[in-house]
Design a protein. Structure first.
Lengths: 212, 187, 108
């Protein structure tokens, strides 16, 4: 299907750039693509032939308007979405495989030789997170179990990251986290804990609106 | 057990949530779902040119994100990372459509003529852009959305749409011209 | 197999009643490490899947179960209790298992 030449729009009737052909006229030999690249480069280095061309300046202004609208397009889309209930969230969560982050199987002792008792590494990480979260002002981050956790009695190192709210003394927070994690691991598991390393990796202010 | 953290997970930073979710914390992942789900749906809708398959695509993207989060080195980059996943999934759908249809993508469809009366109907510049986008020939629209909305490079677009890079440049230039023309007519 | 289905159902009821057990997960998706969906039988979803995997090969019965435990109890203790409850149940029927696998997948 052939593209027909478009009628002159009101804007071009006033002498502004005419977009009706394959390449707009009135750009003094430049192309829209060139002008767009010029904007990408923040008009640096300056190009006299563009800067001195009224047609180009008009086209540049038009391209900038388009950019401005484009930048906020998605945000406006989000605002325009109709309100939904929560089922879309639960249907997403239900589809996630719980075993994806189960990790290694950590053994638990039993005299019976037919017994194969384990706790998943994922469950232990959850334990560690909860323990640390319980310390006032702390939000736990990443958690790693080092060593061969699949062998009973093998020494294990726990490595955790934690974020602390500004205002709480840092050394104190790290100690509290260490003690809380140790207590929980001793209660629930039979891991041979060689060390618990707590890294405070971030200190951030509570968001406006206060704390719970 | 533990008291609730003083900082609510709802207010936690992306990096913290990503790190916790990578370790299997589904509560943290849920916060990410709520935080970025709507933006992901909007992105999918823009790429697909409609919302019919957006929910499916977003769900697929979240499943992948859950599986691969532990491979994300910098938790703070999770937003861009997850947007790229949903964008790729959306393009997968576009490709699937192409395989089922029998369209020669390089045939431009003539856009609808715009009269001054039409101008009066449009309520805002923003709607004018949406409208102009929907009237672009599909190949131009796809290239433009992937570049300007999803942030793909020319090469990435070429790879995703299985086109030569020069074709992508040409389609983008035409899209830009068409959009600028339409937007100026609505000023 | 009808025999193992009934046994599986009995064991599920039994395990759910063990102090400290909050959830009995779908064994097929956790012990087997397949990427499956959670069968939370406490909440009643997916009642058609086998919660406790019971196999009866010629070598003997094997039982596999995946549980969630309450934070208040010791996970290791609850795990042992569940094993013992299953072993006692089988013994009362004059049977023994060649393997009883109990996995704790969540705590608290």
């Amino acid at each position: 299907m052939k593209r027909s030449k478009k009628p002159i729009t009101p804007a071009s009737a006033t002498g502004a750039a005419d977009y009706s052909g394959d390449e707009p006229e009135g750009l003094d030999g430049h192309t829209i693509e060139e002008l767009n690249d010029y904007l990408d480069d923040d008009r640096t280095p300056a190009r006299e032939s563009i800067d001195n061309s009224p047609g180009c300046q008009i086209a540049l202004a038009a391209l900038e308007r388009l950019r401005g609208l484009t930048l906020t397009l998605l945000d406006r889309d989000v605002l325009a979405e109709p309100a939904r209930d929560d089922t879309w969230v639960s249907s997403i969560l239900e589809n996630l495989g719980r075993e994806v982050h189960a990790g290694r199987d950590i053994p638990i002792r039993h005299d019976d030789t037919a017994a194969r008792l384990t706790i998943t590494e994922g469950a232990v990480r959850g334990l560690i997170r909860s323990a640390g979260d319980g310390v006032h002002g702390v939000v736990m981050g990443r958690c790693r179990l080092g060593g061969d956790v699949t062998e009973l009695g093998e020494p294990v190192t726990v490595n955790v990251d934690a974020a602390v709210i500004w205002g709480h003394p840092l050394p104190d927070a790290a100690d509290r986290v260490r003690r809380a994690v140790q207590a929980e691991l001793r209660r629930h598991t039979e891991l041979n804990l060689a060390a618990i390393d707590v890294t405070i990796h971030d200190v951030h202010a509570p968001r406006a609106g206060g704390t719970r | 057990m533990a008291e609730h953290p003083v900082v609510s997970l709802d207010e936690a930073e992306d990096a913290t949530l990503a790190d916790r979710a990578a370790d299997g914390d589904m509560r943290s992942f849920e916060v990410l779902v709520r935080r970025y789900g709507p933006l992901m749906r909007a992105t999918a809708t823009r790429i697909l040119g409609g919302s019919a398959e957006s929910d499916d695509v977003v769900q697929d993207a979240f499943v992948v994100a859950w599986q691969q989060l532990d491979r994300l080195d910098d938790g703070a980059a999770v937003r861009g990372w997850i947007m790229r996943i949903v964008s790729n999934k959306s393009v997968d759908r576009l490709r699937a459509r192409r395989e089922h249809a029998d369209i020669d993508d390089h045939d431009p469809v003539a856009p609808v003529e715009h009269s001054p009366d039409r101008v009066a109907e449009t309520r805002s510049q923003e709607e004018a852009l949406s409208s102009a986008l929907s009237e672009l020939p599909e190949p131009q629209r796809q290239c433009w959305v992937l570049k300007e909305i999803a942030g793909y490079s020319y090469e990435e677009i070429a790879e995703q749409l299985d086109l030569p890079t020069s074709t992508v440049r040409g389609l983008l230039a035409r899209a830009r011209k068409a959009l600028t023309r339409e937007m100026e007519a609505w000023r | 197999m009808p025999g193992t289905d009934a046994l599986s159902a009995d064991l599920t009821t039994l395990v759910r009643s063990v102090p400290g057990v909050t959830t009995v997960y779908d064994a097929g998706s956790s012990i087997g490490r397949a990427l499956g969906k959670v069968a939370d039988l406490v909440s009643g979803r997916r009642g058609d899947t086998a919660p406790i995997l019971v196999k009866d090969p010629s070598a003997g019965i094997t039982v596999s179960v995946s549980i969630g435990v309450a934070d208040a109890a010791s996970a290791a203790e609850v795990c042992r209790r569940v094993h013992d409850a299953i072993a006692e149940h089988l013994a009362a029927r004059g049977e023994a298992a060649s393997e009883i696998a109990v996995q704790v997948s969540s705590i608290g």
